[in-house]
Design a protein around this ligand. Structure first.
Ligand code: ASP
Length: 458
């Protein structure tokens, strides 16, 4: 039994939905289907989830927002019409969406999650209806009835361990099961969404719960590329990558697979395959425990911006018991999470996602660090990017850091920070955000475009 997840572009219009249903019907092991909400039909288009957010926000701020909701209804109506579905289908979707106009104005976050989830939920109903029309025995599955239990932080749900046992029962059900991605329910029955792109997470949880033979994640590219194809033309396609490598690359900006989606599949040992709805016979990218090709050093190169660093220095910091704990406690008191903390003997840098810091918080944090920890120097640097080279092969290879640093130097890029996790699967460079793209290109050229170097997973 395979679990298949189809992303927004795969469901953006009737033509795409026809392809999706053909893919499902071509392989009888594709039994549990997870769908996103209809995505962009063309570059400038708006995803249904974003239309829903526009509606929800206007409804919260100004009361009635029928005009915004109508845009969502129109998207579904167009699809239903082109698929020649019975009129009852769009009537049901319209009624379901219009219920959102009756919101009592109470809990805004809960309301927004309900609004966002409507994209996936109605898409699942629509796909079920079309499969049924094609003669398949297809059933829409409600995540509440199925037991997709999650924790209660709106917009950032985490699956609860007890969900797996409940969801495992889906194995026993007959026919095709169509499951809306992106949301679950707390044990108290409240709807909560995962973070954006979270249908990948739903698919992974379901694959783990039903012990699927494979989790197929259908998107709009033939494979994951070793570098962002917008930066490098025709980059190397990744045929096989380990969970750990993919996790690091997703973290660092590879948007093809949600960063939180790997863990459930990984823990249950379910192989994941990223495939293209528009070219389903292409082999795609396999995410596995161990690569069969082990000679490659670097699996991929990525970068993500929006980071800031807090540089703290104090003579003899290394001898001061509890310094690091006290520093991080100050951040915890401000409800801030940190990403990395490379350190020297007399200094430490704490790297954060900068959206967590505002001017007032910054002043409070700096004052507390100065006053409570008596530091010699502290300053905050904004607009940093992290450039990551990822590859299990780096562990055994001598000179990778030297080559990378040299490539950056030759490109005239100043390295502000270097960090290598203890697993040695990633090598991270902090650079100014304006240099990030250049840095990625320089590293790619060094590790993929030099013929004498046996790297890359092409
Ligand atoms: N529709 C949601 C989003 O746009 C979730 C998803 O597509 O996975 O974030």
């Amino acid at each position: 039994m395979k679990v298949c997840k189809f992303g927004g572009t795969s469901l953006a219009n009737a033509e795409q939905i026809k392809k999706v249903c053909q893919i499902i019907l071509n392989d009888e092991t594709r039994k549990l289907i997870v769908v996103s909400a209809p995505g962009k039909r063309y570059k400038e288009d708006t995803k249904v989830t974003d239309l829903l957010i526009l509606f929800g926000t206007k409804q919260i701020e100004q009361g009635r927002a029928e005009d915004k909701l109508q845009r969502v209804i129109d998207r579904y109506a167009e699809i239903a019409d082109e698929l020649q579905l019975p009129s009852t289908c769009i009537e049901r979707i319209t009624t379901d969406l219009k219920v959102l106009l009756q919101w009592d104005g109470e809990d805004k976050d809960a309301f927004l999650d309900m609004v966002k989830a409507a994209g996936e939920d109605n898409c699942a109903k629509l796909v079920t209806e079309y499969l049924f029309k094609l003669g398949a025995k297809a059933t829409y599955i409600n995540p509440k009835d199925a037991g997709l239990l999650v924790s209660g932080q709106f917009g950032n749900a985490q699956v609860l361990p007890e969900a797996y046992e409940r969801l495992a029962e889906l194995r026993e059900k007959d026919g095709l099961l169509v499951f809306p991605g992106f949301f679950g329910y707390t044990p108290e029955g409240e709807l909560v969404t995962f973070s954006r792109g979270g249908s990948d997470v739903t698919g992974s949880i379901l694959a783990a719960a039903v012990k699927a033979e494979q989790y197929e994640n259908f998107t709009d590219v033939d494979s994951v590329y070793a570098v962002n194809p917008n930066l490098v033309p025709n980059p190397c396609e990744i045929k096989e990558i380990t969970y750990r490598e993919m996790r690091e690359l997703s973290y660092a900006g590879f948007s093809v697979f949600h960063e939180e989606a790997l863990i459930p599949a990984f823990r249950a040992g379910i192989p994941v395959c990223i495939k293209n709805t528009n070219n389903p016979t292409a082999p795609g990218t396999k995410i596995v425990e161990k690569r069969t090709q082990t000679s490659q050093i670097v699996a991929g190169i990525a970068s993500d911006s929006g980071f800031c660093s807090i540089y703290v220095s104090k003579y003899l910091m290394n001898k001061e018991i509890g310094f690091g704990r006290k520093l991080l406690q100050i951040l915890e008191d401000e409800n801030i999470s940190y990403e990395h903390s490379p350190s020297g003997i007399d200094d430490i840098t704490v790297i954060l996602r900068q959206h967590q810091l505002d001017a007032k918080k910054e002043v409070r944090i700096i004052n507390r660090i100065k006053n409570e920890l008596n530091v010699d120097d502290i300053h905050v640097v904004y607009n940093m990017a992290l450039v990551m080279m990822v590859g299990e092969g780096m562990r055994q290879s001598v000179g990778v850091t030297a080559r990378a640093a040299n490539a950056l130097a030759e490109a005239g890029i100043n390295i502000e920070m270097i960090n290598q996790g203890s697993s040695e699967v990633n090598l991270m460079f902090g650079v100014k955000a304006v240099d990030a793209d250049h840095a990625v290109i320089a590293l790619y050229q060094e590790f993929y475009n030099k013929e004498e170097v046996p790297v890359g997973i092409c």
